[in-house]
Design a protein around this ligand. Structure first.
Ligand SMILES: NC(=O)c1ccc[n+]([C@@H]2O[C@H](COP(=O)([O-])OP(=O)(O)OC[C@H]3O[C@@H](n4cnc5c(N)ncnc54)[C@H](OP(=O)(O)O)[C@@H]3O)[C@@H](O)[C@H]2O)c1
Length: 238
């Protein structure tokens, strides 16, 4: 098992990419704290993991609230004593040409996609720095790498996360904590449900594909760090 006895926090673990990452990490022996707002979705994922002899803890969390994120990390440390891995998969998306983009959609993406990642990273760092080891994987997007019309606000949030991730990787290098960005192309999740005229969902990546990439980043030997991984569907940008 590639993550035997490791402890991971996965935000956005109720569905989609975060859920797939949580299932894959538990399958590889990690204990995983599942964080998102919808308790019923977290409980369903936890029940699935625990029924397969894995270890999962559902912790309802709103990543934009500082005290909620602090409580998440406190609970994980109380339950599992360590945090070895953080995967930030909590995120939201809304697509429109910039001229039609609503300020409330801009604010929501900045809050969840940027502030949420900042708060989650900041909250786990003291525990990881103390242990002088840890892996942080921020789920970015190909939108931070390529210009996709209709995605200006989303791209702005993902460019911000990429910048945060790159600087944090440098800051954490002396502390033995590795920090990387995983940037998928389109993934077939509920995120696309509210998008009018989405690309062909059958040609998108599966959440399990992204989970495999996250597993690779988390399970590399400590002397190696995959810091910037772009994962595209075989068809490229859809
Ligand atoms: N799907 C794609 O094509 C794609 C491609 C590249 C990158 N990504 C990125 O991958 C990440 C996951 O996306 P997904 O496709 O898996 O979306 P998803 O299926 O909609 O899942 C999003 C998750 O984030 C959680 N979340 C949203 N707001 C939150 C908040 N304030 N606090 C805590 N959790 C929150 C949701 O749970 P609650 O609503 O219950 O809180 C849910 O568990 C996002 O950052 C997204 O931008 C997605």
């Amino acid at each position: 098992m590639k993550l035997k006895d490791r402890v991971a926090i996965v935000t956005g673990a109720g569905r989609g990419i975060g859920r797939a990452v949580a299932l894959a990490f538990c399958r590889e022996g990690a204990a995983v704290a599942l964080a998102a707002r919808t308790a019923s979705e977290l409980e369903a994922v936890a029940a699935q993991i625990n029924s397969q002899a894995g270890r999962a803890l559902a912790v309802p969390t709103d990543v934009i609230r500082e005290e909620s994120v602090a409580a998440l990390v406190e609970k994980v440390l109380a339950e599992f004593k360590r945090v070895d891995i953080l995967v930030t998969a909590a995120g939201v998306a809304a697509f429109a040409p910039l001229v039609d983009t609503k300020p409330e959609d801009w604010d929501r993406m900045m809050a969840v996609n940027v502030r949420g990642v900042f708060l989650a990273c900041r909250a786990v760092l003291p525990a990881m720095m103390k242990e002088r080891r840890g892996t942080i994987i921020n789920i970015v997007s190909v939108a931070a790498k390529r210009a996709i019309p209709g995605g200006a606000a989303y791209a702005a949030s993902k460019h911000a996360v990429l910048g945060l991730t790159q600087v944090l990787a440098e800051e954490m290098r002396p502390h033995g904590v590795r920090v990387g960005a995983l940037s998928p192309g389109a993934v077939d999740t509920a995120l696309w449900d509210a998008v009018p005229n989405p690309p062909d969902r059958a040609r998108m990546l599966r959440p399990e594909d992204v989970a495999e990439a996250a597993l690779l980043m988390a399970s590399l030997p400590p002397g190696a760090s995959l810091e910037d991984l772009t994962l595209l569907p075989a068809g490229g940008i859809l």
